[in-house]
Each structure stands twice: as C-alpha cells, then as structure tokens.
Design a protein around this ligand. Structure first.
Ligand SMILES: [Fe+2]
Length: 481
C-alpha cells in the first residue's frame, strides 16, 4: 500500500512538472511569434480587395459637356469660386472671370435678392504661349459675421449678373463642430464629375483641396483653356463654399522652351490664397484658422530646405498655433510623406526628413496629401529618430504621431495608381486604388470621424472610416501634453 501511494505521489509530481514545462513552452512560442511578427512588419492593415473597372487613363469630358457650359448673357461672370480671405474666417475671396472687361465688383447681403453692400477688388489677366486668359477678377469681402449665410451677386444686371451664397464658419473655438470635404488630383474626367456629384450630396462645409486641379498640362503647351473648363466644372461647389487650395505638380506650368519660366503663373493668377494674413511671402504656403482647426498649407514644389522662406515660415507659424482656441491641427501638402503605393514612392522623402520633426513636435493631428491616384490611410506614425548612423529608420507607430491620409483619387486623366508594395507596411492601415473623396467631420475638441467614399458606391456609403482622437485633448478639459 505504502509503495503504491509513493508511486502515485511521484506520478502526480512528474505530471505537474511536465505541465509547467509545457506551459513555459507555450509562453515562449507566443512571445516569439509576437516579436517576429512585429519585426517582420506584419500588420493589421488592410489592402482592400475591392476591384473596380480599371482603365489606364481616364477620359476627359468633351468641351461640349454640360459641366463646362458657359452661362448666358452679354458678359456673364463665369468660373466663380471662393476661398478663405483672411486668417480667422471672417473674409472670403470671390473670384470670377469675364470674357470682356468688367468691374471687379461683388454685391452682398444676408437676405436673398437684397445686396446693400458692395466691394470692389482687382482684375488680372495673363498669357501663356498663344493663350490669353479672360479678365480674372478677385474681390475680398472682409469683416463678415461668423456663422452667417450671405448671398452675393457678381456681374452687371444688363450683362448677365449671377447670384450665389455661402456661409461663414463659426468663430475659431475649441468645441465648434465643422465638416471638411477632402479632394485631390481632381481633373475633369467622367470620374471627376462623379466625385464632385457625390461630394455635393455630402454635408461638407469647406473643401480642403490637396493639389493638382485641372491637368491642363497633359495637353500640348499646357492648354490653358482646360483651366477655364475645369473652373466652370467646379463652380457648382466652389461658388458656394470655400475651396482651400494646395498647389501640386500640375500647377507648376514651367515650360522654358516656349518662354514660360514663371512657376505657378496660371495658378497664381486664377486662385489667390490669403498668404499675407499668415505672414507668408508666397501664395504656395500659408495658414488659416477655420472653426476648430488651424490649417497649414505647404508646397511640395517650392524650396523647403533649412533657411528657405517656406522653412522659416513653417517654424514661425507652428509657434502661433494655440490649441486652446483651435484644438485640431491639420497640414495639407501635395506629395505624401507616407505612401506604400509604387507610384511616387518616397518622392517626398527629403521634405519629410526636413519637416517631419516639427510636425511631430507640434502634435499635428492629420497630414492630408494627394499626388498618388489612390487612397491610403496610415496608423499614427513617425520616423524622426534616424540620424544616418544609428539605423533607427523604421517608421514607428505611435498614437502621439500624426495620421497620414492620401486622397489623390479625385479621378483625373492619368488614371488610377494601381500597384501597392507588398507586404503592406506596418504603418499602413487601409489602402485601395479607387476614385473618391473624404469627409472629415470634427465633432468637438476630442473627437472627429473620417470617412472615405469611393465613387462606385452610393455617396452615403463609406468604404473606410475611423474615429480620430485629438493629439492634445483626451477629454474636454484634459490636455495630454
Ligand atoms: Fe501630383
């Protein structure tokens, strides 16, 4: 009996010992798999399997498309578009074109059909190769009330005056909800028209446009008539709400062999920006406050190295940001700093290396870009530790860093960027080669929702969505940093 009981005790002890060894092996295996997974860059990101009709090039709408129709009248204003006209959102710049000389005048008021106020701006005109533009008028309406609907009239009654309206943003403040559309690389194809039609059905209040507008430079001698058709096309949105402009490579219009040596000449004549208001020396980079957001617009195709005007301006502008007033901080730039598409891969690497430390230190919430004709959203990421000898050059996913969103998918003549690198990098959260637009809906100082809408779906459908948490505020009265 005693021997039997001793045997049982030994067997129990051995089994207990073996169980402990087995448990230790399981723990080691789990840890090893986790480490290998993180080092090898395996990600929880998603490469969408959605397959759309693929065409190598988009097809521009014909000149006689209804989207390009000229308004009727003796000398009617056309290509009407708005952008913010000051730093705080109490001014708009109204721009329009007439084929004959006209007064650069806008009448406005808060009641439809009654225009007690009138303001006069300035007129410009430019030539490009053998093209001469119409008369381009820019009128700044200042000292508006916040959060107010205004009606305005451009042109003279007898020449075909036209009437539109816009609503000013709420005063910059920490808990003012506001919704931005985000569109890039739009062009003027049938796909572009779908993008804009879908956007018009959204509740976006202002468009953040991340560059590459008309693709006039895909035509011989950068045929500027395509700027006119494009501006008539987007009028259906841009005459009613501001489009905040970023310049892309298709706005450079640099053709020295025919004597066109001034970069951005057509863009700067047509699309003024309020750069003076943020002490910028160039229309290509500037900043505005709009409701709860401080928006910084950068130029991928202007000098950005140390001591350049853009570099010095950015450093100074970031010091002006007050997150107690504008809790959200957003950057617009054309060429993306994080992009896992094989198209334009690391094209913006030098700009990223120079500017990213400032952007990360400033706790920027989102960096929007275009250029790549596809959609991609990253996890919050930074890559600023590398110092050329330490080997620390792997982007680091970290909730305190900005989220990067590429929306170069407006739908232009060059077609989609098909071909993401594989495997999907660990910093990439969602990517898909489809046309569409995004909607950034800021709820309050802590929370915003981001949705991306592909053209093939109904406009109410979001193909990618995420709740974005502010980098500064965790709760209404709690600042993280
Ligand atoms: Fe581009």
């Amino acid at each position: 009996m005693e021997r039997k009981s001793l045997y049982r005790r030994r067997r129990r002890k051995m089994m207990h010992h073996m169980f402990r060894i087995w448990m230790a092996m399981v723990v080691v295996m789990v840890v090893t798999l986790a480490v290998v997974g993180s080092v090898s860059g395996e990600s929880a990101g998603c490469t969408s399997r959605y397959a759309r009709r693929l065409s190598q090039r988009g097809i521009d709408m014909p000149y006689n498309s209804s989207y390009f129709a000229k308004p009727v009248g003796e000398n009617p204003p056309q290509q009407v578009h708005l952008t913010q006209g000051d730093y705080d959102g109490k001014a708009v710049i109204v721009s329009f074109v007439t084929s004959k000389l006209a007064m650069p005048k806008v009448r406005y008021g808060t009641v439809r059909g009654k225009y007690p106020s009138v303001v006069t701006g300035y007129t410009t005109q430019y030539t490009f190769h053998n093209y001469t533009s119409g008369f381009i008028h820019h009128v700044v309406i200042s000292d508006l009330e916040f959060n107010t609907k205004y009606f305005y009239k451009v042109g003279e009654e007898e020449e075909g005056a036209r009437e539109f309206f816009f609503t000013t943003p709420p005063a910059p403040g920490p808990d003012t909800p506001y919704a931005f559309g985000v569109i890039g690389d739009l062009g003027q194809t049938f796909d572009s028209a779908t993008t804009v039609e879908h956007y018009l059905k959204s509740y976006g209040q202002t468009v953040l446009f991340v560059g590459d507008l008309a693709y006039q430079d895909t035509y011989p001698f950068h045929y500027q008539v395509r700027f006119d058709t494009w501006s008539r096309f987007v009028e259906r949105s841009a005459a009613y709400q501001p489009w905040i402009w970023t310049t892309g490579n298709h706005e450079i219009d640099f053709l020295p062999h025919i004597g066109e040596i001034t970069p951005f000449k057509p863009f700067n004549h047509r699309f003024p920006t309020p750069h003076d208001a943020s002490s910028s020396s160039s229309p290509q980079w500037y900043a505005i406050k709009r409701g709860p957001v401080h928006i910084i617009v950068l130029s991928s195709y202007s000098a950005y190295g140390k001591y350049t005007p853009q570099y010095s301006w950015l450093v100074a502008e970031l010091k002006k940001v007050d997150r107690k007033v504008t809790p959200w901080l957003i950057v617009l730039v054309h060429s993306p700093w994080y992009n896992s598409n094989t198209h334009h891969y690391i094209e913006a690497e030098t700009m990223r290396v120079i500017f990213e430390p400032f952007i990360v230190a400033a706790k920027v919430d989102i960096v929007f870009a275009g250029h790549v004709h596809a959609y991609e959203r990253t996890f919050p990421v930074s890559n600023i530790k590398y110092n050329i000898t330490n080997g620390a050059c792997i982007p680091e996913v970290n909730p305190a860093s900005p989220t990067y969103i590429t929306v170069g998918d407006g739908g232009n003549i060059e077609g989609l960027a098909i071909g993401f690198s594989e495997p999907q990098p660990h910093y990439s959260a969602f990517r898909e080669s489809s046309f569409g637009f995004g909607l950034l809906d800021i709820k309050n100082r802590t929370t915003a929702t981001w949705t991306w809408h592909r053209n093939q779906d109904g406009e109410a459908v979001s193909a990618d969505s995420v709740i974005l948490h502010n980098k500064i505020y965790v709760e209404k009265d709690v600042m993280l940093w």
